[in-house]
Design a protein around this ligand. Sequence first.
Ligand SMILES: Nc1ncnc2c1ncn2[C@@H]1O[C@H](COP(=O)(O)OP(=O)(O)OP(=O)(O)O)[C@@H](O)[C@H]1O
Length: 453
Amino acid sequence: MTEKQRTLMVVEDDPALQKQMRWAFGDYETVLASDRESAIAQLRRHEPPVVTMDLGLPPDPDGVREGFQLLQDMLSLAPDTKVIVLTGQHDRENAVRAVGMGAYDFFAKPFEPEFLTLTIDRAFRLYDLQRENLRLQEERGSALNGMLTRDPGMLKVCRTVEKVASANNVTVALLGESGTGKEVIARGLHQLSSRSKQRFVAINCAAIPEALLEAELFGHEKGAFTGAVKQTLGKIETADKGTLFLDEIGDLPMPLQAKLLRFLQERVIERIGGRAEIPVDVRVVCATHQDLKRLIEEGRFREDLYYRLAEIVIEIPPLRERPGDASLLAHAFVQRFAEENGRGSLRLTDDAVSAIEAHRWPGNVRELENCVKRAVIMADGNRVTSDDLGLAPVDESLELLNLRQVREAAERSAVTKVLSRVNGNIARAAEVLGVSRPTLYDLMNRYGIKKEA
Ligand SMILES: Nc1ncnc2c1ncn2[C@@H]1O[C@H](COP(=O)(O)OP(=O)(O)OP(=O)(O)O)[C@@H](O)[C@H]1O
């Protein structure tokens, strides 16, 4: 963007000074305001990254009340705006107060335009840097390996995981529907912790028959039972110094719940058929798609074990509640499977993306992953269609209609609300809405809104 396109707002009530400033800051697209109301209207309309403002504004041009009120209003409406406050000579007190309230900098009047220009340039640069930083943060998504998301809820989960990772001994319970990425998160937690050089050992409590699960977890000595031909270490012991991931913890049978509880309390295990108490140092992460609280009420899960396991509880949102993630993941999976299958450059058609966004994905990311995997094999040419995915195509015209309806409803409601707030004053309403008067009249015509209503 060239400097000329950048908007600088100058809030100044003295017309001569306004003119002088517009001339001095000719490199920017300058918008002018002479009082609090017009400044707020211009802010809404142009969203200037940088503002210079006089503290003495009408109706109190010799005081600072209006100026401070404007500063506060601007920063609450657009907190990223860099506001440079112009104060009287020797008015340090107000200058300091303004910066304390969030102003970017202050300048004493009369000012040297060259110096003020330097400060304005710096403010634009800072604004850009902060924007870029935010964009990169959003793009970076998460430090969790293999975790793709842009959804704010899921990004919050990632931030929590990043924080919890360093608390090496805290047990973590991951709650979420099947296929939402609980294991990905458990692995990420391990990777980000200081245990990452040690082992990550996973065991699915639902997949192993009850009779074998105890030996799987705790190990056994030679001859402990028929078939125990040699000493075998259990998963807990194997994970020593590392992370133990207990998947589907809700399916752990009651007798083993008691044994696991004892381990979590004492941090020692006894192999089946053994007598020695063996100390084991692991971080336990567990996961389940079941409602543990309900299992507790039904007497199928021990409450004391729950509290040992759930020192930190992380709830993972289902894919259907992460808008945008389904298509983000689908694009990534297409690329991955195309590479794996030597399919060159495959891409999703628009109808495929719409169908993916519209589907509810009851099996979450795993279902999506499998669906794309199959589609990549089925696809002809270099396109993956909704048909290849086995998803019903979405009627685009219906979708657009919905979006238009949403926009229209929002516009109608905003215009009605503002008009009644300003008591039908069209000029005021246009200012508050950040549109021109003709645009407001257009909107009112379109939605049949009367000025007086
Ligand atoms: N955000 C994500 N980005 C990339 N891949 C993901 C993501 N979430 C999940 N996956 C992939 O989806 C599949 C299912 O994830 P995972 O096994 O972690 O789910 P889960 O919640 O543990 O499932 P279950 O409860 O059935 O064990 C895996 O292949 C995983 O790699």
